[in-house]
Design a protein around this ligand. Structure first.
Ligand SMILES: NC(=O)c1ccc[n+]([C@@H]2O[C@H](COP(=O)([O-])OP(=O)(O)OC[C@H]3O[C@@H](n4cnc5c(N)ncnc54)[C@H](O)[C@@H]3O)[C@@H](O)[C@H]2O)c1
Ligand SMILES: [Zn+2]
Length: 360
């Protein structure tokens, strides 16, 4: 298959436009893809984490041979997203002699993508980054859109930048080795896209739930393609998340973040988002924005995807954390409320009484 045939979306941002490629076997053709889409590349450094390096590091290095790739391994998971690790990474880029025409290749889950993207955005005042997300969440969400970040003890993603990649390559074949729980967590974000923007995607996930759970290659390629297409539209309309359009992507995330924090991250992000989607839907039903059958349809789908729908925490535990959410302004709580399956949600300030009424 030609690489062009794997182009699932283009993020149109004028001079910073870039393609999103989706397909099996892309990792082995990364050199070719970079050659096709980025100009005057003098070299590259692959940034990855230990578990991904073990599985795919060799394949990446071989594919990038013509660019004399360096390799830097950062910790797995959130540990990669610290100020200290980002600093170390910048030092490693210097050691590898990466120059201003060099490229950082972020090979890993969203945490590698966020920290490598952040380092690339400030290294020599910014070098190009190629995102090669290896988790389902990375492929459907974090790989596209240019948000980069590291964490602070006071909170997640408190430091970061907008730095659009030059290319996103989603090799859906890499998802075969993903732990089941990570796969399910990513599927919650897929369901989210269905609810906020794509009824066909939503229906497809209902029909193919079993295949998706068993990491069926065709089913995964199809959902990743539809999700990156949707994400591209949001990013184009609201690149820096300041017009309230990109905010729709936070459906399920306000309650979700609270639940994630309360569980001390023993509940995975996607699992928490699933819980948050149902909470937001209940509020939306109470406010007359969403029909009861569309709430029930979501509960049924999340159950089919083996995701939780009910919060293990009561409203009194969840509310204080919701007030601290980034989207909360002046102590009021703003929520993304669904209006149907595949229809544009509404972002609304919701009173605590309304939240209690729906979640108690
Ligand atoms: N920038 C954005 O727009 C954006 C959007 C959403 C989430 N995020 C961030 O993404 C991070 C979460 O990303 P994540 O869910 O991908 O988790 P992750 O990066 O922590 O990866 C999860 C685990 O899967 C392993 N792994 C990755 N790919 C694998 C593969 N193909 N086979 C086997 N194991 C594999 C990793 O080593 C890790 O242990 C969070 O820090 C979040 O803030 C960023
Ligand atoms: Zn999310």
């Amino acid at each position: 298959m030609s690489l062009e045939a794997m182009r699932a979306a283009t993020v149109h941002l004028g001079g910073r436009s870039y393609p999103v490629l989706v397909g099996g076997g892309l990792l082995g053709r990364l050199g070719e893809a970079i050659d096709e889409h980025l100009s005057d590349v003098t070299g590259c450094v692959v940034v990855t984490s230990p578990s991904v390096e073990k599985l795919y590091g060799g394949r990446a290095i071989t594919a990038l041979e013509a660019l004399s790739p360096g390799l830097v391994v950062v910790p797995d998971g959130e540990e990669a997203k610290t100020w200290g690790e980002a600093g170390k990474l910048l030092g490693d880029l210097i050691k590898h002699g990466l120059d201003r025409r060099g490229v950082v290749v972020a090979l890993g889950g969203g945490s590698v993508g966020d920290s490598a993207g952040f380092a690339a955005s400030i290294y020599m005042r910014g070098v190009r980054v190629v995102q090669v997300p290896t988790t389902l969440l990375g492929q459907v969400d974090s790989g596209v859109g240019g948000k980069t970040a590291v964490n602070h003890p006071a909170g997640k993603n408190l430091m970061g930048s907008f730095h659009q990649p030059g290319l996103v390559a989603c090799d859906t074949g890499l998802l075969a080795t993903l732990p089941k729980r990570e796969l399910r967590s990513g599927l919650a974000e897929v369901a989210k896209y269905g609810v906020i923007s794509d009824a066909i995607l939503y229906r497809g996930v209902e029909v193919e739930a079993e295949k998706l759970l068993s990491a069926d290659a065709d089913a995964l390629r199809w959902v990743v393609t539809r999700c990156v297409t949707a994400k591209a539209r949001y990013v184009e309309a609201d690149e820096r998340d300041e017009k309230g359009i990109r905010a729709a992507l936070n459906y399920g995330h306000t309650v979700g973040h609270a639940v994630e924090t309360l569980s001390d991250h023993t509940i995975r992000h996607g699992e928490a988002v699933a819980i948050g989607m149902i909470a937001a839907s209940r509020i939306a039903v109470n406010l007359g924005l969403l029909k009861q059958p569309d709430l029930e349809r979501q509960i049924t789908l999340l159950e089919a995807l083996e995701l939780p729908a009910e919060s293990p925490y009561g409203v009194d535990e969840v509310l204080p954390l919701m007030r601290r959410d980034k989207k909360a302004e002046h102590g009021s709580i703003r929520l993304v409320l669904p209006t149907g399956i595949g229809t544009e949600p509404e972002v609304r300030v919701v009173s605590e009484a309304e939240i209690r009424g729906a979640l108690a």
